[in-house]
Design a binder for this molecule. Structure first.
Ligand code: ADP
Ligand code: NI
Length: 215
């Protein structure tokens, strides 16, 4: 199978798999991450086939969408083999999607350039205007409050604590979103993160003013 044919099959499969998701992993998140990964990958001279395939599949093994993280990885591995992805590329893609999730900041840094590119693309879609929209969508999906001034953001936490517990959308900015700018792997993404970060700072300022009825 040609590379373009594999990518086309991946798009179709991922759209089917993620149809109807409202936890922030819908097809359009995948679309945006893929576009970002291509842009960053070009600038960073990465292998664009691996970048695009890993971006397309990056949420397919997510523990929120599978019985377990291992089951999700097995599903991805089966698909890669069944669709004729060369073994070396398949192993690379699996390594990328298996290591890139944030999980409260407790994960090891990713190693290859392609892994860095796709992780940066996913992180860029968690900040800026898009990141703000996704935080509130996720909080609604979980039944969390937008904001509760009596709940302070959590500073250090285990992956379990990060996933569970009552949290507010606003606290998630402090627990994750505002940290992402400093965690970008590539220079290209670091530059793109600047503007998105600034936009969130402006947004929060306005949010607190409106909360107190002062603007
Ligand atoms: P990742 O792909 O890094 O694992 P998640 O699956 O944790 O990201 O999150 C998907 C989207 O939902 C992201 O935009 C993230 O910021 C948002 N999100 C995750 N956890 C929370 C939370 N507790 N409150 C609000 N938004 C959240
Ligand atoms: Ni993602």
């Amino acid at each position: 199978m040609t590379r373009e044919r594999i990518l086309q099959q991946a798009r179709t499969w991922v759209q089917e798999q993620l149809a109807g998701d409202s936890s922030g992993h819908d097809w359009w998140h995948i679309y945006r991450v893929t576009e970002l990964a291509m842009r960053i990958g070009k600038a960073e001279k990465a292998d664009l086939f691996v970048c695009e395939l890993a971006a397309l599949l990056h949420d397919i093994a997510d523990e929120k969408l599978n019985p377990s993280a291992q089951a999700g990885m097995a599903k991805a591995a089966t698909w890669l083999e069944a669709n004729g992805v060369p073994a070396r590329d398949a192993a690379h893609v699996l390594a990328i999607i298996g290591t890139m999730s944030y999980k409260g900041g407790n994960n090891k840094p990713v190693r290859t350039r392609e892994a860095q590119v796709v992780q940066d693309a996913d992180r860029l879609d968690a900040i800026g205007a898009m990141g703000i929209a996704r935080v509130f969508a996720y909080a609604g999906w979980k039944g969390h409050l937008m904001h509760d001034p009596s709940q302070a953001p959590r500073t250090a936490m285990t992956p379990e604590e990060y996933r569970s517990g009552k949290n507010t959308a606003i606290n998630h900015f402090y627990e994750k979103l505002l940290k992402l700018k400093g965690l970008m792997n590539t220079g290209t993404a670091r530059q793109m993160a600047e503007h998105r970060h600034q936009f969130m700072e402006t947004y929060l300022e306005q949010f607190y003013r409106e909360w107190e009825g002062s603007r």
